[in-house]
Ligand binder design. Structure first.
Ligand code: ADP
Length: 902
């Protein structure tokens, strides 16, 4: 993208404009200022697009391309969309990755005419629509946040990095420092619709990979936009404070990012910045780190196919409001690491689990509550309508019910989070009462359409409306009188936008009207079958009607602005209420889920254990329940740093290994986001980082083979997993030759055990690895139980101690219909292989441990003690005080011998 664009409108008025018509000159001048946007140029009831824009938009939106006038001797391509349907078209363009500048008429065409017949109506770009700055419901997904983010750094390459993001449609705003190693995880967590970066950043090779998935969302800007001093000043001005310290100790890079964000909002909204909540600073370590691959593999918010269906989020979401759904999605994206904070959320859920009646009452009150966060923001940006006010009225009107449902017994006995939510709901009685009185029953989308203020709200408006309506009655009377006078019963008084009111008779009766000089009927128009007339009387009446209607509309707009002002004055309190409603929705929804699906409350603490009794996979369990077939088989899992911290899981294909691995990772995520979990009991020592390498999917879009992807993901895990992390590894090394793969898997298990010392589940087909259990104290072998019955294999889906003795691969091949000769030959080969070298080699390898000590990593490994090497152990056993010189020499030879074996 070329960037003078959005950031710096270019100098207007180029010389070749001289040849253009005044309107075209105006168009080209505006067009030039926004080179990277499609220009929606308002002409009456249409937004028109010209030149290249027209060609692009016609193709993207399947519109008819026409031509109008000429420029430099060539036809000008043109296409347009009606203003009332513009949002649908905008939505499509934005989804396709276009940016749109909306140029409106900023004066009444009548006013322009007064300046001269050829004067062009004044026009101005009032807004730039970019993926990160949407506010319309039709352009947004109600259940997802749409974040605008900015990434900045200070001190050049290797300096500090800061990240800021906000949701323009709700006004929420966050800042945090960035560890470059975690940038990928951070982007995946926030998943912004648009990211502002300095163009210097995008040119840096070390970030190519990280930015790759976000390419379409990146908006490069000149580095000058990311100045930290400007950022500080901008934020201070925005919040009207002398120093930002009260909000948190922000680093320079964070301020630079935050400033760039606010700058950009002002630029795209043409000076209107919605009320943003004070920025919240997030510490990296307060959130469970989940890298992009893990997020994808575990299908947290999206299935591997990129859809919400089939994801964990969809499976657990029982929220009833858009804001609740967004809050749940945000929590799922960023599970916590502080047990106390997690418990606070769990307490709220527990309260709703324990009291079905209150849960029901609260959920009933929440049903149908509109999106007040987004309504509030639209009103703040001058883009709201009467329906947004009605949304506020209805939602805020539910607050007394919600408060009663939760706190009718007083707030003392209830969980802190709930008490806080009740307080945050606040008092909005006066506003609700006023909105109720002010708004009528049928509300137009736009205030300018009028007719939304209720009768009885102000006497002045009522009077104007009576006048308008009385005059309309007079028109009907006039029609009766003219029909009688002219003896034309079919005479009608009609109205259209061009002529206003007129009298219409069919051609056959026209003579009766035009007959006689001095007729009071003045001819206006002749059509094929009809003639149209007016009279002085009708003209006068029309003036009365239109002036009353105009005055009524003008007054309505004033009243609307008053209401908006009142809402804006209370914006902070309303935003607080919106947050509280979302929090209640999430807590009650998670409780509903827990009861419905028999989830239990997990214990999350600072231990290094991971003990799940009767764990289930939430998504697979739901799918099986829906299919109405077999029940899900629950399985235990028990990992502990001090004991067996790694489970090596073997078993045939389709036995349920992946399901078991994933379910435990998902249970950790659910617990730490503050949800009950699909298990009978769960005790989880808080997980700081979650890693999964599951399944094998080619990432062809990025030009990487399955095996390369697998190795990149494995490298991340081995470099970053700490003692506190939970690692899920499925089928490492399958993408290469057997010995290669086995060796990599082998060394990986050793590294996890010795260096990372994390809790891990490792599923493999390499039965040879089970030999490691004899040497690695923290490794336990588990297997998926299988029953052979009448030559059939039955998968029991039970995890049991031990190792699988067979893969049953040939068995599955037979079931799949491979020719009998091939099956027989395969069995023969297998027998030979099993009896031969390979098995021996593996046993020997295990005896030769620890291989590991030779390859201890220099850095990046986990803290914590590693097991002593054989040499160290032998050395420790030597007591020099008791040795004879000969024995000492022998000991030395022995040590040398140990060294040689390494
Ligand atoms: P593997 O990784 O061993 O090849 P999967 O985990 O993919 O096996 O499981 C294969 C299928 O078995 C799943 O799609 C699921 O339907 C079923 N399954 C797995 N685990 C269970 C379980 N605990 N209870 C019931 N069905 C299960």
């Amino acid at each position: 993208m070329n960037d003078t664009s959005i950031s710096e409108p270019a100098a207007p008025a180029a010389p070749d404009l001289a040849a253009a018509t005044p309107m075209l000159a105006q168009y080209l001048e505006i067009r030039r200022a926004y080179p990277d946007c499609l220009l929606f140029y308002r002409m009456g009831d249409f937004y028109e697009l010209f030149f290249e824009d027209a060609i692009t938009a016609a193709r993207a939106l399947s519109l008819t391309l026409t031509r109008r006038g000429k420029h430099n001797g060539e036809d000008i391509p043109l296409c347009g969309v009606p203003v009332h349907a513009a949002e649908t078209y905008l939505a499509r363009l934005i989804r396709l990755g276009y940016r749109v500048a909306v140029c409106e008429q900023t004066e009444d065409p009548a006013a322009a005419k007064k300046r001269g017949a050829k004067a062009v109506v004044k026009r101005e770009v009032v807004r730039l629509i970019t993926p990160g700055t949407l506010t319309e419901d039709s352009l947004l997904d109600a259940k997802r946040h749409n974040y605008l983010a900015a990434l900045a750094e200070t001190g050049g390459s290797g300096g500090a990095m800061g990240f800021a993001w906000l949701d323009l449609s709700t006004g929420e705003f966050w800042l945090q420092p960035v560890d470059p190693q975690r940038l990928g995880s951070l982007l995946a967590r926030v998943s912004p619709g648009e990211v502002l970066v300095s163009d210097r950043f995008t040119a840096r090779p070390e970030f190519f990979e990280t930015f790759q998935p976000w390419k379409a969302a990146l908006t490069p800007l000149p580095p000058s936009r990311f100045d930290s001093e400007n950022g500080r000043r901008r934020l201070e001005a925005l919040y009207g404070v002398k120093a930002l310290d009260a909000f948190g100790a922000f680093g320079r890079a964070e301020l630079a990012a935050g400033g760039a964000l606010v700058d950009y909002v002002e630029l795209t909204q043409k000076g209107r910045v919605p009320s943003l909540s004070t920025p919240i600073r997030i510490a990296d370590a307060s959130v469970m780190e989940i890298d992009p691959a893990t997020r994808r593999n575990l299908e947290l918010a999206e299935s591997l196919a990129g859809e919400r269906t089939g994801s964990l989020l969809q499976c657990i979401d029982r929220t009833l409001t858009g804001a609740g759904a967004r809050m749940l999605a945000a929590r799922l994206a960023a599970p916590l690491t502080d047990p106390a904070a997690i418990d606070r959320r769990l307490d709220m859920v527990a309260w709703f689990v324990a009291d079905a009646r209150r849960r029901e009452t609260v959920r009933t009150a929440l049903k149908g509550v509109g999106d007040i966060e987004r309504a509030l923001s639209r009103l703040g940006l001058g883009r709201g309508g009467p329906r947004d006010l009605a949304g506020l009225r209805d939602a805020l009107g539910r607050i007394p019910d919600l408060k009663r449902a939760i706190g009718d017994g007083g707030l003392s006995g209830i969980p802190a989070g709930l008490a806080e939510a009740v307080t945050e709901l606040g008092e909005h009685g006066v506003l609700v009462e006023r909105l109720t009185r002010a708004l009528g029953a049928d509300l137009p989308l736009m205030a300018r359409d009028g007719g939304f203020i209720a009768a009885g709200y102000t006497a002045e408006l009522d009077e104007l409306r009576t006048l308008r309506d009385a005059s309309r009655k007079l028109i009907a009377e006039l029609q009766g009188r003219y029909a009688a006078d002219t003896k034309i019963p079919s005479l009608k008084i009609r109205h259209n936008n061009v002529l206003g009111y007129f009298i219409e008779v069919t051609q056959t009766h026209a003579d009766k009207i035009t007959a006689g000089a001095g007729s009071r009927f003045i001819h206006r128009q002749t059509l094929a079958g009809a003639m149209r007339f007016t009279t002085v009387e009708l003209g006068e009446l029309e003036t009365k009607i239109t002036s009353a209607a105009d005055k009524a509309l003008a007054l309505e707009l004033v009243l609307f602005e008053d209401l908006v002002k009142e809402v804006s004055a209370r914006a902070a309190a309303i935003a607080g209420a919106a947050r509280a409603i979302a929090a209640l929705d999430v807590a009650a929804a998670l409780a509903e889920l827990a009861v419905e699906r028999r989830y239990c409350r997990p214990v999350v603490d600072q231990s290094l254990e991971f003990v799940i009794t009767g764990g289930r996979h939430p998504v697979v369990e739901s799918a099986l329940a829906e299919a109405g077939g077999t029940a899900f088989i629950a399985n235990d899992c028990a990992l502990a740093a001090s004991d067996k911290r790694i489970w090596l899981l073997t078993g045939p294909n389709m036995a349920g290994k992946s399901t078991f691995l994933r379910q435990n990772a998902l249970i950790a995520v659910l617990a730490q986001l503050g949800s009950y979990v699909p298990a009978d009991a769960a005790r989880i020592g808080v997980v700081d980082r979650l890693f999964s390498r599951v399944g094998a999917a080619d990432d062809l879009a990025r030009g990487r083979s399955t095996f390369m992807v697998e190795m990149v993901e494995t490298a991340t895990i081995l470099n970053r997993a700490t003692e506190r992390s939970l690692v899920i590894l499925d089928e490492i090394g399958r993408g290469t030759a057997t010995f290669d793969g086995l060796s990599i898997a082998w060394a990986t298990v050793e590294h996890l055990h010795e260096a990372n010392r994390c809790r891990a589940l490792f599923a493999t087909h390499y039965h040879e690895l089970t030999a490691l259990a004899a040497r690695l104290a923290g490794l336990a072998c588990w297997t998926m139980r299988v029953k052979e019955w009448q030559d059939e294999v039955v998968f029991l889906h039970e995890v049991a101690p031990g190792a699988a003795d067979r893969s049953y691969g040939i068995h599955v091949a037979r079931l799949a219909g491979l020719p009998a000769a091939v099956i027989a030959r395969a069995e023969e080969v297998l027998r030979k292989l099993e009896a031969g070298e390979q098995a021996n080699a593996a046993t020997k390898l295990a005896d030769d441990l620890p291989l590991f000590s030779a390859a201890r990593p220099k850095s990046g490994g986990a803290p914590g003690a590693t097991a002593p090497s054989a040499i160290e152990t032998a050395l420790r056993e030597v007591n020099p005080d008791e040795l004879t010189p000969k024995a000492a020499l022998e000991a030395l030879y022995r040590l040398r011998g140990l060294l040689a074996r390494k």
